[in-house]
Design a protein around this ligand. Structure first.
Ligand SMILES: *Cc1c(COP(=O)(O)O)cnc(C)c1O
Length: 426
């Protein structure tokens, strides 16, 4: 039979406890998700600030629908680019203090587009395309370009990086000693990338450390320093004095960060993404990025809603609630001795170390009315299968107490040695 691997792969995944299954929800509001007639406290959503349900965001969306209709109708380079999209780009330039910004339909597309823009598309070379041909030629001739990034960089970036002719190298997670050494080996036109907040561990990328390593790098290409890029998917709206991410932190010198990529589908509560950087970079992407040129723009109504989210982030009310909730969770978890990782962000992983056991813990928590997903390999490294708890601004102190009680109960029952021995993990 053709494509026999489809069914056999799924069978294998199921046996190993690694099959992914989707669960359609009925409603998802105010920190509570309703599935199959049951209500659960939602500790899984990236809607950190609850903005996807915020009245002002919904109102802006509705106004946008009335003015522009529901769809953009075409690519941004045809007639899909409205004044509302332009205004959103301008808002981004202002809050990030960058000269130019460009909208993408997803963060996945944006990360790929960045890699392709800077290093050419490997496939384009094979097909002898005229797009990006100079960049591809330059890179292909001597394999001179490098992409250096954190080991835990998101799959969308890694995938994009692998599709270019640049050499991809990864340093151990947040290890600046290794990163500094590897920076010395970089040749011309190289990119270094990290994340503002890591999606699986909830810790911050060492942006200041990378910037310092670039600055003190004494190799011969003094006027051809590598560019630094940050993926702010989880940080934008959550981190920084004004909530606009890592560039807002005192420790980070914003001028040393050449490219900022972020998404709207997490803390901003809508969807889509942006790339911000130099005028030349953005103009180049408008002209050459296939992910941009050959994809229908997100709706203008959505752009308007996202602008309302940005205004709410600037006001900061939800962010205060979020951080109060995180502090409460950390205090209660400490009292109970829950083995959390060192994260002070909304992302709070609890390592279980085996996919089947992580799944069982997640199911037991669901029986207690707590929705806490199991994140398993290959999304996370082997033997670090985990419960990924996400705290949001909508949770009440009672919700957080219930979470900590539930986690204590389930961990006491299922992490005892006898149980672990009974479950074959691999
Ligand atoms: C979610 C995420 C993306 C992808 O963004 P989408 O808009 O969901 O496609 C990229 N990078 C990181 C770190 C993410 O967490």
């Amino acid at each position: 039979m053709s494509f026999e691997f489809l069914a056999s792969t799924l069978r294998e995944r199921k046996q190993a406890g690694l099959l992914r299954q989707r669960t359609p929800f009925i409603s998802n509001k105010d920190g509570v998700v309703e599935i199959d007639g049951q209500h659960y406290l939602n500790f899984a959503s990236n809607d950190y600030l609850g903005l996807s349900q915020h009245e002002q965001v919904l109102q802006a969306y509705v106004e946008g629908l009335a003015v522009y209709g529901s769809g953009s109708g075409s690519s941004p380079v045809v007639t899909g680019y409205s004044g509302e999209h332009k205004a959103l780009e301008d808002d981004l330039c202002e809050v990030l203090n960058k000269p130019a910004a460009l909208l993408f339909s997803s963060g996945f597309a944006a990360n790929q587009a960045i890699c392709h823009a800077l290093f050419g598309d490997l496939n384009a070379r094979h097909r002898n395309s005229t797009v990006n041909v100079n960049a591809v030629k330059a890179a292909a001739q001597d394999h001179s370009s490098h992409i250096l990034c954190d080991k835990y960089m998101h799959a969308s970036f890694i995938q994009g990086a692998l599709e270019t002719s640049a050499k991809l190298r990864r340093y151990p997670h947040n290890n600046m000693t290794q990163a500094s050494k590897m920076i010395r080996d970089l040749t011309e036109d190289s990119l270094i990338a990290t994340e503002g907040l890591f999606s699986m561990d909830g810790d911050a990328g060492d942006i200041a450390g990378l910037a310092q390593a670039i600055k003190t790098d004494t190799r011969k290409h003094k006027n051809n320093r590598p560019w630094l890029m940050i993926d702010e998917a989880h940080a934008f709206g959550v981190v920084g004095k004004n909530g606009f991410g890592s560039l807002d932190l005192d420790s980070v010198n914003a001028d040393q960060v050449n490219i900022v990529m972020g998404t709207f589908g997490k803390a901003l509560g809508t969807s889509g993404a942006f790339v911000a950087g130099s005028k030349a970079l953005i103009e180049y992407m408008v002209n050459t990025s296939k992910h941009y040129v050959y994809s229908t723009a997100n709706s203008a109504a959505q752009a308007r809603a996202t602008r309302a989210s940005i205004a709410l982030v600037a006001q900061g009310e939800q962010r205060v609630h979020l951080h109060q909730n995180i502090e409460l969770f950390l205090a209660l978890a400490k009292e109970r001795g829950l083995p959390l990782m060192p994260s002070t962000s909304p992302i709070q992983p609890l390592i279980i170390g085996c996919p089947k056991l992580a799944l069982i813990c997640s199911q037991k928590l669901a029986e207690l009315g707590l929705w806490v997903p199991a994140i398993r390999t290959p999304t996370v490294p082997k033997n670090t299968d985990r419960l990924r708890i996400i705290i949001n601004a909508m949770h009440t102190p009672k919700d957080i107490q219930a979470l900590v009680d539930g986690l204590s109960l389930v961990l006491a029952e299922f992490l005892s040695n006898t149980t672990t021995r009974l479950i074959r993990c691999s």
